[in-house]
Write a protein that binds this ligand. Structure first.
Ligand code: SAM
Length: 294
């Protein structure tokens, strides 16, 4: 799809470029923040799975008035272009080296909030995609237990598949307040939602550790993570519900353009990906077709 066609079919993609965000996902965090006041009064923030960086841009803008006392760390497997007020770490959120690096960047202090918009490369096979996404969410929770202060918040992308109630129960072990939220900018057609967890309070005796998968831990006599019943948490739709609908196609030219006789100009993305994984595939394809035509 060309840029103009994408501008027409994806209003949040178009708006992101207009206001200088690297990705449309920025609006999801803005709408979650509007509903849950996630960034109010926080100083230390970790953005997991952050590339290309639109969530970090939102966080940086919201904390701009306290830049000298705040610290934002963004982590991704992919390389990211610099963002004002954000320290970038390239690495895997399942790695203890990455966790140690973040702790060091915070001078041993804990984060007020950890957010994760992490997503694996989807295959289109729903069961596999849901399973891999749930494992990434648990990995984000695992590193969060190393980084977050008691009482802190955790926000992460979740796929509302058939086993989502088990994930809710697992999150409830660490957070008394768990809500599932669907921002207006997230497509209705997508099973994506966001889990908003507040009041971090790990079980007594819990020792954060990245070397063991979270589900292996046992607390006291119980295997707490496996023994809990599945549970249901509140579901909230957030963002201006009469605002732009991501599943609607909007005309490129608005009334003011028609009146002034001007036409719509397509903008380039705010920040092209640096070394994206698909670049190697495109290069290989180009070399192959050059070889065939020579
Ligand atoms: N929130 C970002 C923004 O607003 O620009 C978009 C994040 S994108 C949907 C999902 C990201 O998760 C990808 O950049 C991917 O590299 C990252 N990711 C997936 N698995 C990861 C892992 N194990 N460690 C670090 N990053 C990971």
């Amino acid at each position: 799809m060309g840029r103009a066609a994408k501008d027409k079919r994806d209003i949040y993609y178009r708006k992101a470029k207009e206001v200088g965000f690297r990705a449309r996902s920025a609006f999801k965090l803005l709408q979650l923040d509007e509903e849950f006041k996630l960034l109010e009064g926080v100083n230390r923030v970790v953005d997991l799975c952050a590339a290309p960086g639109s969530w970090s841009q939102v966080i940086s803008r919201q904390l701009a008035d306290r830049r000298d006392q705040s610290k934002i760390v963004a982590v991704d497997l992919q390389e990211m272009a610099p963002i004002e007020g954000v320290t970038l770490v390239q690495g895997d959120i399942t790695s203890s080296v990455v966790a140690d690096k973040i702790v060091q960047l915070f001078d041993g202090q804990k984060a007020d909030i950890v957010v994760s918009d992490g997503a694996p490369d989807v295959t289109g096979l729903h069961d596999i995609d849901e399973y891999v996404q749930s494992q990434l969410l648990l990995s984000a929770l695992n590193i969060t237990t190393v980084l977050l202060r008691p009482g802190g918040s955790f926000v992460a992308k979740i796929f509302r598949g058939k086993d989502v109630t088990l994930l809710y129960s697992q999150l409830k072990i660490f957070f008394p307040f768990v809500t599932c939220a669907k921002p207006k900018s997230s497509r209705n057609s997508s099973i994506e939602s966001f889990i908003v967890c507040k009041g971090y309070c790990p079980p007594a005796g819990y020792i954060p550790c990245l070397d063991k998968p979270l589900l292996d831990f046992k607390y006291g006599q119980d295997d707490a993570l496996l023994g809990y019943n599945r549970c249901i948490v509140p579901f909230v739709a957030c963002g201006d519900l009469s605002g732009y609908d991501p599943d609607t196609v909007y005309a490129l030219e608005d009334e003011s353009m028609e009146e002034s006789g001007t036409s719509y100009t397509t903008r380039a993305p705010v920040q092209a990906p640096i070394n994206p994984p698909y670049k190697a595939a495109l290069d290989a394809k180009r070399i192959h077709s050059n070889a065939l035509s020579s």
